[in-house]
Ligand binder design. Structure first.
Ligand code: NAD
Length: 414
């Protein structure tokens, strides 16, 4: 039995850059956004802007978790509170979509994996006591909550198509993968965000923040996990200037009001990865190399990946999200476009507009949440294409291996 998506109700924690991206995507899907949590002022302003009925100020997410009007919690707060908020949401019996990275350390993210493996508590199954509701969420009935990590790059149709090409063996045996994720919003020493502080965002910054998007997308395309890493990390701005208080992501601040601080996270990472075996057999021991930078002038948000096999190659750039370039040695290369015959029929389910009508970043969020909410609404009957807690946990373990490798100057197994 499946229920309509509009019968599911979302509560969003965090009102900064990405919180409203979740809200907009959910509204486009027809999902009800019933609650918002953040600082008192910004939660109120976000609620007013989007017409959200329940407002939880003072970052009081526990009060939001007690609401009977929320089925799915979206965690869009800074990294250091992801695990605490995820565990509390699971305890309250809510489904979760958590922003990446899943947490600060693998020790803490392991707790989420463990919590999801535990049997569903009777009070959550039956929703007795304080959490009794007239319209219970669909996980009532015994299965544990659904948990997704917001590695939404998987849901660009181009990424799904690259995955289909690899899985079908159209590229032959995959040999190597190459790419980058470049941004420039932290280029200047006066650019500030909480991510620059290891205590707020985690010990890896460029690799943890955007590099894990690249690694997750490549793992998804290949159908295999990275098992070992060799990395070189660089911090070009060892001292930076910051404002006296916190600022929202991508906000501009007057440098005259700033104070110096030491930077303990990397601006750039050069990462080699070795991937394990895929179930489909076309990936076994693939080598990958990626450059990750948040100081690459002129590159606002460019994720690029090239997959190279014995029969052909495929390339994709986030800056041209609607097409992929198929390369053949003895045939003309082809540009395959989303929404046209070049993309397979099953990928068409992840695009809403016809070819020639571009889709991009906000649409990848929409397609991701649709996949998660359909999984919930169908009672877990649809395939799990989204990143699970185990996937998010693996990414954090990989980040730790990357950091260790950069210090030890040798290959480190995950
Ligand atoms: N998937 C993506 O494409 C993507 C893009 C950007 C950010 N992110 C992730 O989203 C998260 C937020 O990033 P952002 O860029 O929106 O940051 P941001 O600083 O712009 O916003 C963070 C928000 O969280 C609020 N907040 C702070 N502490 C909180 C707490 N204890 N409880 C609840 N809310 C709290 C802040 O007031 C702010 O509204 C990060 O984990 C980041 O890695 C993901």
């Amino acid at each position: 039995m499946s229920i309509p998506l509009h019968s599911l109700r979302a509560g969003v924690i965090g009102t900064g850059f990405i919180g409203p991206v979740h809200i907009e995507a959910l509204k486009r899907l027809g999902v009800q956004v019933t609650a918002i949590c953040g600082s008192t002022k910004s939660a109120r302003a976000t609620a007013d802007q989007w017409g959200i009925p329940e407002v939880y100020g003072d970052y009081d997410y526990r009060a939001m978790l007690a609401s009977p009007n929320v089925d799915v919690i979206h965690i869009t707060s800074p990294n250091k509170v992801h695990v605490e908020q995820s565990l509390a949401a699971l305890k309250a019996g809510k489904h979760v979509v958590c922003e990446k990275p899943l947490g600060m350390t693998s020790k803490e993210t392991a707790k989420i994996v463990k919590a999801l493996a535990a049997p569903v508590a009777a009070d959550v199954r039956g929703r007795k006591g304080a959490s009794a509701v007239a319209n219970p969420p669909p996980h009532v009935g015994g299965y544990p909550p659904v948990f997704a990590v917001n590695y939404m790059c998987r849901f660009f149709p181009a990424v799904l198509q690259m995955r289909a090409l690899v899985q079908r063996g159209d590229l032959g045996q995959i040999m190597h993968v190459q790419g980058h994720f470049f941004q420039d919003w932290l280029q200047m020493p006066t650019d500030y965000n909480w991510r620059l502080l290891a205590s707020e965002g985690g010990k890896l910054r460029a690799v943890g923040d955007i590099g894990t998007h690249w690694i997750d997308a490549v793992s998804f395309i290949l159908g295999a996990k990275a098992e070992a890493a060799f990395a070189h990390l660089e911090t070009f701005h060892k001292t930076r200037l910051r404002p006296a208080g916190e600022v929202q992501t991508f906000a501009k601040v007057d440098p005259a009001t700033m104070v110096p601080y030491k930077v303990n996270t990397e601006d750039f990472g050069s990462v080699l990865l070795k991937f394990g075996k895929s179930e489909h057999g076309f990936v076994n021991g693939v080598h990958a190399n990626a450059s990750i930078s948040q100081v690459a002038a002129g590159w606002k948000c460019d994720l690029y990946v090239g997959i190279y096999g014995t029969k052909g190659s495929v390339q994709w750039s986030l800056q041209q999200p609607n097409e992929i370039l198929l390369g053949r040695r003895d045939e003309p290369n082809q540009i395959l476009q989303r929404g046209t015959a070049g993309f397979s029929a099953d990928v068409a389910g992840f695009t809403d507009y016809p070819g020639g009508h571009p889709e991009g970043f906000p649409d990848s969020h929409k397609m991701h949440y649709r996949a998660v909410y359909e999984h919930i609404a169908s009672g877990r009957q649809t395939p799990v294409l989204f990143a699970t807690a185990a996937d998010g946990h693996h990414e954090v373990k990989l980040c730790e291996a990357i950091l260790k490798s950069s210090t030890a100057r040798k290959w480190v197994k995950v």
